[in-house]
Design a protein around this ligand. Structure first.
Ligand code: KG4
Ligand code: ZN
Length: 339
């Protein structure tokens, strides 16, 4: 079965062709990050306009790379939630028109379910159940993946996402956009003990987290130093910040896996590319006797292959989008599925 997937939820215009769910025949990503870097972050209206300019070209390229004619497609999958509403609408309307023209099913895919599915591509033998920490620019959630299309939120950030925190910290340290990956590189030479930063807990919610206090602590530290004319050890601040994020994410995920009796832990989303978080997970999962899955960094950030992979399982479960399929800026991972 050949499936074309479209992803336009933020600032990547992406298209991919999947064969029988997990075999990636092509995975084309046009990143708009250079365009948004001028403004220090994603400008939603500019993202939408660029998706319009590039989505058709990316779909053609994905088909060309895969060596598949569009008439050979069996389904079209598309990210319909969550994300920037204008950006999502471009992908949804493109996919809707293409599915209608080809007379094939249209499969709506939740973006975070797609991130989780990157693990199926990375490990062809992976089958649910497993526990997955999804850490992206907009979300930080511990998800119990009971089955391919049956998921429950075990815990998550009550305020900012980990990626948002990385991006704001990077910006205040004078790094360009997108900041998370640059902060990762900067932190590698630093002392992670040098700057004491908070690790918040949420009362009576052991798997929930909060990052807004950490973000404020970094901003105050940088502004106070500037007012006093003191210079900061930026690599050590980046390392101390990353340690605080990792100390929040890793123990909660491992504890949740143990309590739920899951043997396998996976991570997903753009922040899952972070080298410190990956190595902390490797150590903690080995100590706990859990199997750990780390998708390659290329599958952690936004791409359409992950949407196509999840789209295949949504298709098998009977999910279909009609001509009235809408896009949603927010939608819980557990609330989607059959349309
Ligand atoms: O999943 P993603 O590509 O897009 C969303 O769905 O939001 O995640 C983007 C986020 C951004 O906040 C970016 O700064 C962060 O992932 N990110 C990283 C790294 N690479 C990307 N954060 C920390 N370390 C990295 N190496
Ligand atoms: Zn994403």
């Amino acid at each position: 079965m050949y499936l074309l997937a479209i992803e336009t939820s933020c600032d990547e215009t992406a298209a991919a062709v999947l064969e029988d769910g997990r075999q990636v025949r092509s995975n084309e990503v046009f990143s708009q990050s250079d365009i948004h870097a001028l403004y220090g972050g994603v400008v939603p209206e500019i993202a939408s306009r660029n998706h319009i300019a590039h989505v058709s070209r990316m779909a053609e390229r994905a088909l060309h790379t895969a060596g598949i004619a569009k008439t050979s497609l069996d389904a079209v999958a598309v990210t319909y939630a969550p994300g920037l509403i204008g950006a999502l609408l471009v992908g949804v309307n493109f996919a809707k028109a293409l599915a209608f023209a080809l007379d094939v099913p249209l499969i709506p895919v939740h973006h975070l379910r797609g991130h989780i599915a990157a693990n199926y591509i990375a490990d062809p033998a992976l089958v649910p159940p497993f526990l997955c920490l999804v850490i992206s620019g907009g979300h930080s959630q511990i998800i119990d993946v009971r089955d391919y299309t049956d998921m429950a939120i075990i815990g998550g950030s009550r305020d900012d996402a980990a990626g948002e925190c990385f991006d704001k910290t990077a910006r205040v340290l004078g790094l360009g956009y997108p900041g998370g990956s640059q902060l990762d590189v900067l932190s590698r030479g630093g002392d992670d003990q040098k700057y004491p930063l908070p690790r918040a807990t949420v009362a009576d919610s052991p798997y929930d987290m909060s990052f807004s206090g950490l973000k404020t602590a970094v901003l105050n530290l940088v502004h106070n130093a500037a007012q006093k004319g003191e210079s900061l050890d930026k690599p050590s601040l980046a390392a101390s910040f990353t340690a605080a994020v990792s100390d929040t994410l890793v123990p909660r995920t491992i504890a949740a896996a143990k309590v739920l009796g899951r043997q396998t832990v996976a991570i997903a989303g753009g922040v899952a590319a972070n080298s410190r978080i990956r190595s902390d997970f490797q150590r903690a999962s080995a100590q706990a006797g859990l199997r750990l899955l780390l998708p390659p960094p290329s599958l952690c950030g936004d791409n359409a292959a992950m949407i196509g992979c999840q789209g295949y399982y949504e298709y098998l479960a009977g999910a279909r989008g009609g001509a009235d399929l809408n896009a949603y800026a927010t939608k819980p991972i557990s609330a989607c599925g059959l349309q």
